[in-house]
Design a protein around this ligand. Structure first.
Ligand code: FAD
Length: 297
């Protein structure tokens, strides 16, 4: 099924991100995660591509298992920074052979030894154009409520996002953020630029301070004062920080759902127990929001 068709039947959608274990580690880690989250009835599960290096080959294999064994819709991430068109076409064929119909099309981050003059794709938009030309996929793209870290201004980033969306994107997934107001303001800005496709909020539960410092330096996401206080208070008490991180993510999601978000995408970090605790805290709220949306249509 195309994920774009799920949005026309129900909102909010609920989805999760898993990542292929690094080379040398057993792939079972990710299947244990999928086993753990399938009981939450996800609308789709996404699988990262080459994030952190080394794991590209496993994305199709894992997405295929999600789709064909677990019968859950799979969203395969695909990056293009150092790819050739020939290589992309091989992966698209492989995805089709495995009945995977949904791709999150990304540029990816520059590798340390990047040679820009040799690149066949410059931006994610170029990959999206290519996938559209091949046909047969529902395409998602990344968006950045506080602007992409390389871009000088949020307004410029939204301008480029508009080009990317109009190349043929069906829905967007946001980078992690911790201040919902940033997302609400961003959605208003998107509407002014006629970007009206579904936006799914990417939520990262915080489990340790180093992890979050790394994420913030990579993404430029703002940390609200309340959040910094929690990190400072519990940084040396892993169990307490995990509990506080789960509570913060839960509260963030409740607020997003009551605001009318199109979807929640939980970055699981392959820790199914965390995803389970968060979503189980919300079962009644999720059902109530879905029913209300259906009765308003
Ligand atoms: P683009 O949309 O191409 O944007 C990249 C930069 O170029 C931005 O600063 C943008 O403003 C600028 N830009 C765009 N168009 C133009 C133009 N015409 N002229 C000038 N500037 C322009 N990375 C991985 O390696 N693997 C993954 O699986 C992965 N999954 C992700 C999932 C999500 C939900 C998100 C939010 C990110 C993910 N990433 C992943 C990270 C992503 O690859 C990086 O953030 C990357 O730096 C940008 O990718 P993009 O697709 O947004 O790029």
């Amino acid at each position: 099924m195309f994920i774009r068709d799920i949005f026309s039947k129900k909102r909010p959608v609920l989805s999760f991100e898993v990542f292929p274990p690094k080379k040398g580690l057993p792939v079972d880690i990710v299947y244990d995660t999928i086993e753990g989250i399938k009981v939450l009835n996800p609308d789709f599960i996404s699988v990262t591509y080459g994030a952190g290096g080394s794991s590209k080959d496993r994305t199709v294999e894992i997405a295929s298992t999600i789709k064909n064994k677990y019968k859950i819709e799979a969203l395969a991430h695909l990056t293009c920074y150092s790819s050739t068109k020939k290589n992309t076409e091989e992966i698209l064929k492989e995805l089709k052979r495995n009945n995977i119909k949904n791709i999150l099309a990304l540029r990816g981050d520059p590798p340390i030894d990047a040679h820009s003059e040799e690149r066949e794709y410059i931006y994610a938009k170029d990959l999206i154009n290519h996938i559209k030309q091949v046909g047969g996929f529902s395409i998602a793209a990344a968006c950045y409520p506080e602007g992409h870290i390389e871009c000088k201004s949020l307004a410029k980033d939204i301008g480029y996002l508009s080009e990317k969306v109009h190349a043929g994107v069906d829905f967007l997934i946001t980078q992690l953020f911790f201040d919902n107001e940033k997302l609400f303001q961003y959605k208003n800005k998107l509407a002014k630029r006629n970007i009206n496709i579904p936006v799914v909020a990417g939520i990262m539960p915080v489990l340790n301070k180093n992890q979050i410092n790394r994420m913030v330096s990579l993404s430029g996401a703002t940390l609200p004062k309340k959040f910094v206080r929690i990190l400072d208070k519990y940084e040396h008490n892993p169990k307490a920080l995990k509990e506080a991180g789960i509570a913060y993510a839960t509260e963030q999601i409740i607020d997003l759902l009551s605001w009318g978000i199109d979807g929640i995408h939980l970055y699981t970090m392959n820790k199914p127990e965390v995803a389970n605790t968060i979503i189980r805290n919300l079962l009644e709220i999720r059902d109530a929001v879905t029913e209300e949306k259906i009765s308003n249509e």
